[in-house]
Design a protein around this ligand. Sequence first.
Ligand SMILES: Cc1cc2nc3c(=O)[nH]c(=O)nc-3n(C[C@H](O)[C@H](O)[C@H](O)COP(=O)(O)OP(=O)(O)OC[C@H]3O[C@@H](n4cnc5c(N)ncnc54)[C@H](O)[C@@H]3O)c2cc1C
Length: 343
Amino acid sequence: MKKIDILIVGQGLAGSVLSYLAQKRGLSIMVIDIPLSGRASYVAGGMFNPVTGRRVKKSWNYDIFYSKMVETYQELDILLGIKAFHLTPIHRLLSTVEDVNNWEIQRLEDDYHSYMGQSVKVDDERLIQHEGVGILNKGGWLDMVKFLSAFRVFLQENQQLVEEKFDYSQLRNNQYKDLFFDKIIFCEGYRVMENPFFSDIQLWSTKGETITIELEGEDFDFILNKNMLIVPLGNGKYKVGATLERNIDIDITSHGLEELKEKVESVIKVPFRVIDQEAGIRPNVRDRKPLIGVSKEIDNYYIFNGLGSKGVSLAPYFAEHLLSFIYEGKELQKDVNWQRIFK
Ligand SMILES: Cc1cc2nc3c(=O)[nH]c(=O)nc-3n(C[C@H](O)[C@H](O)[C@H](O)COP(=O)(O)OP(=O)(O)OC[C@H]3O[C@@H](n4cnc5c(N)ncnc54)[C@H](O)[C@@H]3O)c2cc1C
């Protein structure tokens, strides 16, 4: 019989970041995970972006999340001996003179000046002509596959991973099969819908598809952004994403492929080759805020979910927030407490 402080269900982005931060506090953990179809983390482009949307609005509480994000992923890179976290400038393509003017006005505002750099002329012959490019600072991307695969090996080497589908019917108070735990934290992404202990939760999950393309010539050393993102993976490969559909069908589609190819063609002049296509389900919530907190019935069962489309920037801050709630008795932010959402 093994006894641990926390049993974590799911090793996507949520479960991985939580596992790391729990261990950093000196807590013992065990993770149960099996790769299930539709998982979001292995499909995502992994971009974090200080401003988003057509109207260029600052991402919710980005200033607060940013420092925790940089600290956590840089520590993880060192722990795992990899380079998965990249602070990379984002080049936002501006189509019209009006877009350029708006950019120049907005970047002088207090809230924006540390993120929005000057707009410049597009002088890259591989790109379709645009009026300008607005350069965004404090953005970048996390190579999700590299990070999650390396973290999985780390867990395996430390005998902290059980590779099986979690069977909810085997859970008895503080015991799961031959494991005894003090707390259990569920991080199953959109599959929380199968969890009988949080059956009140109704996610607003969205399907997303991405493609990986190959381009000839010198690599871009920036992320291209224009109603989509093109992230440089290195060696001439780029991740392009993402589509958005309000369903949880996990198959890749021909319409998803066409949409993404058209987006690339609206930005890049040189020929490209699609070498991969994937689909995943974002664990979205209608109000676009995470879902964390304790079960209504069982006081040592917790949830860490609802990372939606911004998992990379949200996960470190809210994993720490949940641990402070559990272990330091800190109050949970009302706007992320899962109990705000009922079916
Ligand atoms: C197409 C797409 C593009 C995206 N792009 C970005 C982006 O650029 N930037 C960004 O920040 N975010 C992005 N996201 C969102 C991001 O991927 C998610 O917020 C994040 O990955 C969610 O992580 P998670 O761990 O909650 O869920 P998941 O990644 O789904 O992980 C859940 C894990 O739990 C396992 N699991 C579930 N149930 C069980 C069970 N019963 N037993 C055992 N294991 C189980 C699953 O197999 C999986 O490994 C994107 C998402 C998609 C789909």
